[in-house]
Design a protein around this ligand. Sequence first.
Ligand SMILES: *[C@@H]1O[C@H](CO)[C@@H](O)[C@H](O)[C@H]1NC(C)=O
Ligand SMILES: *[C@@H]1O[C@H](CO)[C@@H](O)[C@H](O)[C@H]1NC(C)=O
Ligand SMILES: *[C@@H]1O[C@H](CO)[C@@H](O)[C@H](O)[C@H]1NC(C)=O
Length: 806
Amino acid sequence: MGDKGLSALRPIFCFLSFILTLHLVHGELSYSVPEEMKRGSVIGNIAKDLGVDLRTLSSRQARVDFEGSSKRYCDINLNTGDLIAAERIDRESLCGKKPSCVLKVDLVLENPLELHRVTFHIQDINDNSPEFNDGLIEMEITESAEKGTRFSIEEAHDADIGQNTVQRYNLQKNDNFILSVDNNKVELVLETKLDREKQNELSLLLTALDGGSPQRSGSVVIHITVLDANDNAPVFSQAVYKASLPENSPLDTVVVTVSATDADEGVNGAVTYQFGHVSDDDMNIFSIDPKTGEIRVKGVIDFEERSSFETRVKAKDGLGLTSYSKVVIDVTDINDNAPVIYVKSLTNPIPENVSPGTEVGIINVQDRDSESNRQVRCSIQQNVPFKLVPSIKNYYSLVTTGQLDRELVSDYNITITATDEGSPPLSSSKTVELSVADINDNPPEFEEQSYSAYVSENNKPGSTLCSVSAADPDWRQNGTVIYSLLPAEVNGAQVSSYVSVNGDTGVIHAVRSFDYEQLRSFKVQVMARDNGSPPLSSNVTVSVFISDVNDNSPQILYPAPEGNSFMTELVPKAAHGGSLVSKVIAVDADSGQNAWLSYHIVKSTDPGLFSIGVHSGEIRTQRDISESDSMKQNLIVAVKDNGQPSLSATCSVYLLISDNLAEVPELKDISYDEKNSKLTSYLIIALVSVSTFFLTFIIIILGVRFCRRRKPRLLFDGAVAIPSAYLPPNYADVDGTGTLRSTYNYDAYLTTGSRTSDFKFVTSYNDNTLPADQTLKKSPSDFAEVRSLLFSFSFPLPKPLFTKHL
Ligand SMILES: *[C@@H]1O[C@H](CO)[C@@H](O)[C@H](O)[C@H]1NC(C)=O
Ligand SMILES: *[C@@H]1O[C@H](CO)[C@@H](O)[C@H](O)[C@H]1NC(C)=O
Ligand SMILES: *[C@@H]1O[C@H](CO)[C@@H](O)[C@H](O)[C@H]1NC(C)=O
């Protein structure tokens, strides 16, 4: 209430109060006074209210007495009688919250003492603002607080009363809280849940308003700290972590780092990592750092075992909220596997006759790496007749490129090399041993083109002649050589009766004793055959040459040895020295030196009369015959060959020095006891005479004929021809060729001596008719039995030389 109003009302108040005062104790005065009046403000007029004049007031020394109070709230202006506010009157300090505030004072008047009670009713004015106890209200609310949760706020105070105290509150607009005021209870109600992670604190201004006029207000800041609740699970930065890792990465290589964040704080936001469910195998391959989330290599990474890993990782915060992510690790290949060569099939051994291009084996190459690291190239060395032909995929055929020959190369070591295309490339090799199986493709081959064997006659049966040898490079039985004789005839007999060959050694043995005089040489065919199937063979000729041994004594053909024939040579009495009187004819079945004969007179009747040509066997007179010489002369001639040791034969030559057969009365005596009668002699003479003409005719014919033939070979110097017929059967012609003549032609020889003309008629015979085992072992008597007659006539011209042969 303004002072003006009060002043206007004052007379009425004063009057009423006066009345009242007067009525009570000499009257009691009552004033209604607003608090906080200005000093000097007139509260009322005492004089009027008491009905005393001013002089009285002053004379009676009117005064206000505040009992027990040091303060003098009002005074009396004695000049005007006004009651004046002397001091500030604060209702709140006088009365607090009491609804009525009465201040009683005594008004004292002296002379006489008069006491009046003056009551001041102090009226409230809105002089206090609402007030909060603290300038700042700190609150901590966990973010997990539920909606509707109430939080009490200490209410505001206002010293005023009534309408002048706090009437209402006002909360600054915000997202989370509303204000609930009920019966002076002020509460914040959580309308929307707090989220520390969005806003970890908030300040709200709360204003309290009173109902005074003018209205007063007071406010306080409510500072709310949002406390964390573990309401956030960790969150991985990626849903899937992909990493690529080369195989064979060393231990502790960081593969990938997973990371999860947790919006919570403190323990609630402390994330640890671990693997989700993993198999035991993978457990040993990777490790995860629980703090940093680094996934590292812990074991052996082998692309060929596992090319990718997929695992779950778990992030967990301190209070156990978890989340998961996936980690995919792709392992990349490193060329760490060399190719491996497998021999899938192999024909071993291979026959040497396979045609070029034959497949002998199948090779497979594998490489466990991938991509180009598993691309493999395969090769074999150059110098073998094989090649690799690529087939499907990593298969190769091993085929021959040329003709094989076991005899040249029997084993091959084929080295197969496989190289991959990695970087750096890896390679490996494998050696395949291949043997070449034998085929019987080589015939045995003799070391020599031909063989010659030399053997002396009279060899022991079974003696070794020579040995042949053939080689066959084939294998085992295909190269085993067996020797055999090819059937043939030698001299009309099976060759096997002459020689045999040792089938294993090729040594050739004589089966029989050879006789040079019968067979000088022969040829046999030896076959070397291998044991293959079919067998192969080759032949070789073995020439066997038999050499002579002096095994034949000279054979005296003429004169016939004693006993069977009796021949006497007539020596004309007029023979001069040097005349040929006879000739000893001998042959030797041997050849060469062994048949080179020499003649010697061993014994003679008259040693000085006759001599014999050492080589010709011609007996000649050494001097003229004289009358004194004995008519009968006997010579014993030895014929020796030149062999070592030499063999010899002897014969007797009977010579009769006479001009006429008739003069030989002792002819009978000379001859041994013969049965020939004189008649016989005459018959012979007659026969000879008759024949002479016939023979002369023949001689002429033959002479013409033989003079046209090659000059006959003379064994002697022409005086006496030795007919070849005298040669024994199988007598080899000594012409140096060494060839065996199967037949001999016997020719009659016509020779003219110096003084004699000898005619010898011979027949010929073929030695082939002789049995093979017939040797020249004829005794002189054999000659007589030979049907082929030997006629030897000597016609002495002018002195016939008579040969009598019986
Ligand atoms: C093949 O190899 C084997 C074993 O190493 C060896 O004994 C043989 O002599 C070799 N053969 C050839 C033909 O090189
Ligand atoms: C000999 O050769 C034949 C084919 O001619 C062959 O079948 C056989 O196996 C060979 N024998 C040996 C021991 O090699
Ligand atoms: C060897 O001689 C025999 C018999 O004459 C014949 O069958 C064979 O073919 C000959 N062998 C050779 C290689 O000439």
